[in-house]
Write a protein that binds this ligand. Structure first.
Ligand code: GLC
Length: 561
């Protein structure tokens, strides 16, 4: 039976992917992004094509067939703009260029064209809250108080004692203000001093940023991942904070994030992408503190960010069926039906195998977290290498790596940014040169080459789940049906298509065997069922009273035979 389950898995994975044009349904138009898998690529670490130890755009192009095989709908590339790299590209020195280490605009155009041929869309990371201090706009702005671009950034006189205007903290630590000697004023930066905040209240700045968006849309971008969206505006009453380091996040204070003026700004950005054909999209890095705040990020008329990332789901750090059920049910009931955007790992946070693994059942746990994200309604983000079970590089391993021209600064997020593991070799097939960050030795076993050859690998688990999302109507566009598992360790939910057929998902979030009693079906309890995919494999499925091994996943089909 084990073989049968995997046999079906592989048959599904082998189905040809539709091209972008074919994937559009004829009748009611459902934009592609409402149920997409968007794969995040950190270009610096994905594939080096020229042996300089830094990944590049041509490297991504070389690996498009891999991405097509995995089945992703789109890729989001983190910044590849010219940058002094204090924050690896999130400090942008030119919004309409490609840094030489990543290639050229011609390489970008080629990448987009090749991706399109394979039915894959490409999203650009748009860093809109701040630029690099080396951006010519800031160079002008800081040159004098009367420079026409002075107001493109956020300047303030010192406090009466000569110190910073407020006691606000930067998300990266220290004061959010830096004194600029030339003009004797402070500039504001919610991130590094090398990342001065842009002033979105200034119409000239807004216009310039809109032009940046149009530039990339004309160059074939299918949309943008919007960086750090909550922080665009500050409270210009500049209140003092009685306890500036308190709260869940320094970056989610009422004076530095989520100001009402963000909404018209976002509507402005949305209007731009909507003017371009082909369902272009805004994917937002929209940190929030509550589901109510997340609902607002979509816009009162769903006319702002199409896909705000759900940081409440990704913020769960322990496997807990009750906590996940609450977060998922919230996203289903309090976002006005908009697609939730689910993810765990990215270039800012630990890889999910490291985060959730218990050292004993890591492989099963990796399958479980993947199955949850990929069977739920909405859009799923997959960080490169998660499909292989890549893990964080232990911090100690980085201590001995010298800084140099390719890695001028050490970053506490380096562990999750190691080279993609293409092969089990020392440099992981990532480069022929010296990789800018060492490859993770765990790549000896967790790599594309060995996992593609092994039908029971995590890679095939991911590609099967992604293929199921695409081909199974309930998983693709069906409703979410919350269920009661009768056991606090077991998460149970179903997805159901318009005809009532669907998929039941059972996840045991504990290290012990669990039995469950599934109730809560709206209407009649479905009876007939069959295993679609399971980890570990199961011989037969019991829909009403399943028994689940530690960290087991069971995905069962009901209805249509
Ligand atoms: C976002 C990015 C992060 C970056 C920060 C400042 O949070 O994801 O990597 O450091 O913005 O741009």
């Amino acid at each position: 039976m084990k073989r049968t389950a995997f046999g079906m898995a592989i048959a599904l994975a082998a189905l040809a992917l539709p091209t972008i044009a074919q994937s559009r349904p004829a009748a009611k138009h459902t934009p592609w992004w409402t149920h997409a898998v968007i794969y995040e690529i950190y270009p610096r670490s994905f594939q080096d094509s020229n042996g300089d130890g830094v990944g590049d755009l041509n490297g991504v192009t070389q690996r498009l067939d891999y991405l097509k095989g995995l089945g992703v709908d789109a890729i989001w590339l983190t910044p590849f703009y010219p940058s002094p790299n204090y924050d690896f590209g999130y400090d942008v020195a030119n919004y309409t260029g490609v840094a030489p280490e990543y290639g050229t605009m011609a390489d970008w155009d080629h990448l987009v064209a090749e991706a399109r041929k394979r039915g894959i869309r490409v999203l650009v990371d748009f860093v809109l809250n701040h630029s690099s201090a080396e951006h010519p706009w800031f160079q002008e702005s800081r040159s004098s108080r009367t420079n026409p671009k002075r107001d493109w950034y956020v300047w303030h006189d010192p406090a009466p004692d000569g110190g910073p205007p407020t006691n606000w903290q930067s998300i990266f630590g220290g004061s959010a203000w830096t004194l600029d000697q030339t003009t004797g004023q402070y500039y504001y930066h919610i991130f590094l001093p090398q990342q001065p905040d842009l002033n979105w209240r200034n119409p000239g700045l807004r216009q310039a940023m809109h032009d940046v968006m149009r530039f990339w849309l004309r160059h074939g971008a299918s949309g943008f991942r919007l960086d750090a969206t909550p922080y665009l505006l500050e409270d210009t009453k500049w209140p003092m904070d009685p306890d500036p380091k308190a709260g869940p996040e320094v970056g989610l204070k009422p004076y530095n994030s989520g100001l009402p003026g963000n909404h018209p700004i976002m509507r402005g950005l949305r209007a731009i992408v909507d003017k371009f054909p082909g369902d272009r999209v805004l994917l937002g890095e929209s940190n929030i503190a509550s589901i109510g705040d997340l609902a607002k990020v979509y816009g009162a008329h769903q006319d702002e960010i199409n896909l705000p990332m759900d940081f409440l789901y990704s913020g769960v750090h322990k496997l807990d069926a009750g906590v996940f059920k609450a977060r998922i049910d919230d996203a289903e009931t309090k976002l006005h039906g908009a697609p939730p955007v689910l993810f765990f790992s990215n270039h800012d946070s630990s890889r999910q195998k490291t985060r959730f693994g218990d050292g004993v059942h890591d492989d099963r746990i990796a399958r479980l977290t993947a199955a949850m994200t990929l069977t739920l309604r909405g859009t799923a983000l997959v960080y490169y290498g998660e499909e292989l079970g890549m893990t964080d590089l232990p911090k100690d391993a980085l201590k001995t790596v010298p800084l140099g021209p390719t890695r001028k600064v050490a970053d506490n997020r380096d562990p999750e940014r190691t080279p993609m593991q293409w092969t089990g070799e020392a440099k992981a097939g990532f480069t022929t040169g010296e990789p800018w960050l060492p490859a993770n030795p765990a790549g000896v076993t967790a790599n594309v080459q060995s996992e593609q050859a092994d039908p029971a690998s995590l890679y095939h688990w991911y590609s099967t789940l992604i293929a199921m999302r695409r081909t199974n109507a309930a998983l693709r566009e069906g409703d979410y049906v919350p269920l009661d598992s009768g056991n606090p360790e077991v998460l149970a939910f179903a997805r159901r298509d318009k005809t009532g057929h669907g998929v039941l998902v059972l996840l045991n979030m504990s290290d012990a065997q669990q039995s469950a009693r599934i109730t809560g079906w709206p209407g009649q309890t479905p009876t007939a069922t069959r295993p679609l995919l399971a980890s570990p494999a199961v011989d037969a499925a019991n829909l009403a009273n399943p028994v689940l091994k530690p960290y087991a996943v069971q995905i069962l089909g009901f209805g249509r035979p």
